[in-house]
Design a protein around this ligand. Sequence first.
Ligand code: GLU
Length: 490
Amino acid sequence: MVTNEVRTRFAPSPTGYMHVGNLRTALYTYLIAKHDNGKFILRIEDTDQERYVEGAVDVIYNTLNLTGLHHDEGPDVGGEVGPYIQSERKGMYMEHAKNLVDKGEAYYCFCTKERLDALRADAEARKVTPKYDKHCKHLSKEEIEKNLAEGKPFVIRQNNPTDGETVFEDEIYGTIRVDNSELDDMILIKTDGLPTYNFANVVDDHLMGITHVVRGNEYLSSSPKYNRLYNAFGWPVPIYIHCPPIMKDSTQKLSKRNGDASFEDLLKKGYLKDAVMNYIALLGWNPGTDEEIFSLEELVGKFDYHNISKSPAIFDTVKLTWMNGEYIKALSPENFHELALKYYEQVFSHDKMDILDLEFISSLIQTRLGVLTEIPDMVQMFNELPEHNISIYVHKKMKTNYENSLEVLEKALPILQNLEPWTVESIEKTCMDLVAEMGVKNGLVLWPLRTALSGQPSSPGGVYEIGKIVGKEESLKRIRVGINKLKTEA
Ligand code: GLU
């Protein structure tokens, strides 16, 4: 396929989850195409899969859909260069491999497993990297034909030179040179007639007209061999954009094996998808300014892949949580409330859900969250008075101690008992009247009351809001508990 437009592809292997690193590759791949009004293609690379993972492809579709990385071509949307699932392309690779054999760029190899094992063992004993010794490269035409006619199992290997060097350009890592003596004659077609992952990847990228190959830098070391394949075929080499690794800390890579977050895990942990996408966009790329909050649309406009960095990016949960908090704050009250509801259900009974002014609770907590999963703990105090120690009544700045706290609660109780109607404004007025009557600063009245109502050193909302939410009866009950505690425990 010959094309003038930018065509990129996201080529995940269906593993059953979306690793953060893969999602970042998908995002960059999408942005590079869209920044240039090009096409973003989805190809499922399932040929090398050890085992079939139920629903694994759906995870890919769902994630792309949810995050807005809509592909222009792919297994589910079609396109001119399909099929887009590698296992459905099985028949397309052998002829290409044979073409390379004809050109002398590849050869049949009939070596038995025993011979290959012996080669490997020998290399290991000599502490050198195992490498195929080109034994079958030297078979005569007759020998090859005889073996094929006898139906001997074979693989087809790439024929790499043993001297000189292979040079290739990566947009991020620059010019990379590799001594050809280091290149193994990798297998292109396996004994079962199917392509290896590496071979299928190159053939597909070419047949699908991919102009920019975007992927993790773990593929950087395979790229010289890929390059040799393009050259052997006489195909144009795509632009390579290898992305830096994402690290958990300065030494460890972020990996599923270490129990690090996949995209699904992050959502479960209470991160918003848009915040995650914004955050991972900055893992290895920056816009060249201090700006940090970007919608996907803004990223499309700003994303210049030349600004991708080659230094490893550290996945900083603190920063992500900050960014998530910003995204939570920016939600409309309705949207936030909608998201908060499922967390309220973890805390409040059905009856409580009906009585409580949940919208009001939402308005109090929306600006206080890093992640949504903090909600249950944060609203628990509206459900029941938490166990607490009376030491929280003592506040230096508010000038409160056990004695004056008790005095305030005892004075407030009868006034609040008679208060009608029970509203935020009426509670406020009551408190302010008490402040005036006692001739003290606001804090001296408000702190003991807030503490009695919340049972916590800090709370979403103050006296008026908590009082209104838990209701008159419960408020009076909590104040009585406070009085009792201060009398007996101080
Ligand atoms: N299928 C590979 C992976 O899931 C991607 C390789 C590539 O993009 O070239 O890691």
